[in-house]
Design a protein around this ligand. Structure first.
Ligand code: URA
Length: 250
């Protein structure tokens, strides 16, 4: 294990688990049946070539058209209070996608996801796995900041989710890591608490993309003792990536 990765593991507070990091990877748990394809409300019912045919305004969009569509979106009232939309960032060929809840103040200012304190921890979490932030794709359930960082409202999620579905269809990731309860519940269309969603593999969309659920990094900043549990979730992601034939830096 190289020195930089060791440092990220230390930041993540998982030094004690280090010897097991490089050990053989156990088979991942079977996908949970709970995760059905999203019903497809919002601007698009999602999907692309690999995900099955679903109609909707975004369905034929490439990355550029989709980004333009998101930039000019006024489908819900968040358009009136945002500074700018936050489309998502990363490698369009990424095999690992991370999905958070919604932009916060700093993300709204910069137009990029996870660039505040929680974002710094997220970057460390990714680095601890041996992957880098520019090898993954990071997006949110909502593309606009809810005022005062309140929870997303169902109608806002409904208006926005077609964009995320299309991002997933374009990307065709091998694994999605869902960050926090709200992102997980909205992506998977379930009401279960986070603790019931962690530790197993869900599946998303017509392509059945494997989904792992972990804590939101903002929660981990407030509850550092749970970083160890987050590391277990990251190990599950690594297992799924490895099963899909994906390795960091490949
Ligand atoms: N929290 C999120 O869920 N997403 C961001 O982009 C930033 C903070």
């Amino acid at each position: 294990m190289d020195e930089r990765r060791r440092e990220y593991l230390r930041l993540l507070g998982v030094e004690a688990l280090e010897p097991r990091d490089d050990g053989p990877l156990a088979p991942s748990p079977a996908p949970s049946p709970a995760a059905a394809p999203s019903p497809g409300a919002g601007p698009s019912a999602a999907a692309g070539p690999s995900a099955g045919p679903v109609a909707g305004p975004c369905a034929g969009d490439d990355w550029e058209a989709l980004a333009r569509r998101v930039r000019s979106c006024t489908a819900c009232e968040l358009a009136a209070t945002r500074t700018q939309t936050v489309f998502g960032v990363g490698d369009h060929g990424a095999r690992w996608m991370l999905i958070g809840e919604a932009p916060g103040a700093e993300e709204d200012r910069q137009g990029l996801p996870f660039v505040g304190r929680a974002g710094q921890l997220l970057t460390s979490m990714v680095r601890a796995t041996g992957w880098s932030r520019d090898q993954v794709f990071i997006a949110n359930i909502l593309k606009c900041r809810p005022p005062n960082n309140r929870d997303p409202r169902p109608e806002e999620v409904a208006h926005c989710e077609g964009y995320l579905h299309r991002q997933v269809a374009l990307l065709r990731p091998a694994v999605i890591l869902c960050l926090g309860r709200i992102a997980a519940q909205n992506l998977l269309k379930v009401e279960a608490p986070l603790k019931a969603l962690r530790g197993r593999t869900h599946s998303y969309g017509p392509a059945g993309t494997p989904v792992v659920v972990t804590f939101h990094p903002a929660y981990l900043l407030r509850n550092p003792a749970d970083k160890r549990r987050a590391w277990e979730d990251l190990r599950l992601v690594l297992r799924l990536l490895e099963e899909a034939g994906e390795r960091a830096g490949a």
